[in-house]
Design a protein around this ligand. Structure first.
Ligand code: A3P
Length: 305
């Protein structure tokens, strides 16, 4: 799959570093990780957070980690990328500087009783064999978001992290054509949507977290069988607001991304956190193109946005 020569002719290094694996677009270096991930030792105690990139996974990670760890605010001062493991971290050179290999950390865990919170952007079928074959059923939370807002957020992220040089409409074309990391988008969402009736799978939406964070926290605490008091929920809501998270160095990735901020100072990992942000940047023509694509992609499904 030649991702460098798309219909949108742009000179972008990050695109040429992508390859197709099992029909999904991933960094070429993922080749080295594929077997290890397939054969990962899965524990049913762990909680998996899965999403298409930029759908609210960090927000969900922080919520889940806090619920699993009885709202341990002291422990939560450790950077989120150390507390929660990003499964394919090694595939992204930009994260390599922090050293540890999550796959080794999972396989060589010392305390087998302690649940890990693991994040991945892989599709259901690309998860470790034990999970994709449904032999093991750890709790899995999938979070999704309005696809146009996701595309906007991915665009800013690719500019910041991968030095994407194309303009926004070129990025939209790549997104629609399934040529950005982890796409095709709908195959990703559908791989989890089809599994949502399994009792170990919970499907969340970013927009619901924005409109009723307390309700989502209650639902997640029930799903994880970790009861919480009303007081704990109130404190956690405050901890998870956009305003609090954007200032919290343990979750805003500022330290890890400092070298990138030197060259691209406008970049932010936690950026705007808004519903409908696409309306500020996406032309009406492009919105229409997305609407048609959404309609045709979802016509034989019971998924609604
Ligand atoms: P924007 O780029 O639209 O601001 P992920 O963690 O999966 O990469 O998703 C990142 C998106 O979630 C970014 O969206 C980020 O700002 C948003 N986000 C992170 N924390 C948030 C919070 N507490 N409230 C709302 N949005 C949040």
């Amino acid at each position: 799959m030649d991702l460098g020569k798309s219909d949108a002719p742009i000179d972008d290094k990050f695109l040429t570093e992508l390859t197709s694996f099992d029909g999904f677009v991933l960094p070429t270096v993922y080749k080295e990780l594929k077997k290890q991930i397939e054969n990962l030792e899965v524990s049913e105690r762990d909680v998996w957070i899965c999403s298409f990139p930029r759908s609210g996974s960090t927000w969900t990670q922080e919520m889940v980690w806090m619920i699993v760890n009885n709202c341990d605010f002291e422990g939560a001062q450790i950077p989120i990328y150390e507390r929660c493991l990003f499964l394919e971290k090694k595939g992204f050179r930009v994260y390599d500087s922090s050293g540890a290999n999550p796959i080794e950390q999972i396989n060589n865990r010392k305390d087998v009783q302690k649940p890990l919170v693991i994040k991945t952007h892989f599709t259901f079928k690309s998860l470790p064999k034990d999970i994709s074959s449904e032999l093991k059923k750890p709790k899995i939370i999938y979070v999704t978001r309005n696809v146009k807002d996701t595309c906007v957020s991915c665009y800013h992220y690719c500019k910041f992290i991968f030095d994407y040089r194309g303009d926004f409409s070129e990025f939209c074309e790549l997104f629609l054509a399934g040529k950005v990391p982890y796409s095709p988008y709908w195959n990703h969402v559908m791989s989890y949507w089809q599994m949502r009736h399994n009792p170990n799978i919970l499907f969340l939406r970013y927009e619901e977290m924005k409109s009723d964070l307390g309700g989502v926290i209650r639902r997640v605490s029930q799903f994880l069988e970790k009861p919480m008091t009303d007081e704990q929920i109130e404190v956690l809501i405050h901890h998870l607001t956009f305003e609090t998270m954007t200032k919290n160095p343990a979750v805003n990735y500022t330290a890890l991304h400092e070298p990138l901020r030197k060259v691209r100072p406008e970049g932010r990992f936690i950026r705007k956190g808004r519903i409908g942000d696409h309306k500020t940047i996406m032309s009406l023509d492009m919105q229409k193109k997305f609407d048609e694509w959404i309609e045709s992609s979802l016509q034989d499904t019971d998924y609604s946005m």
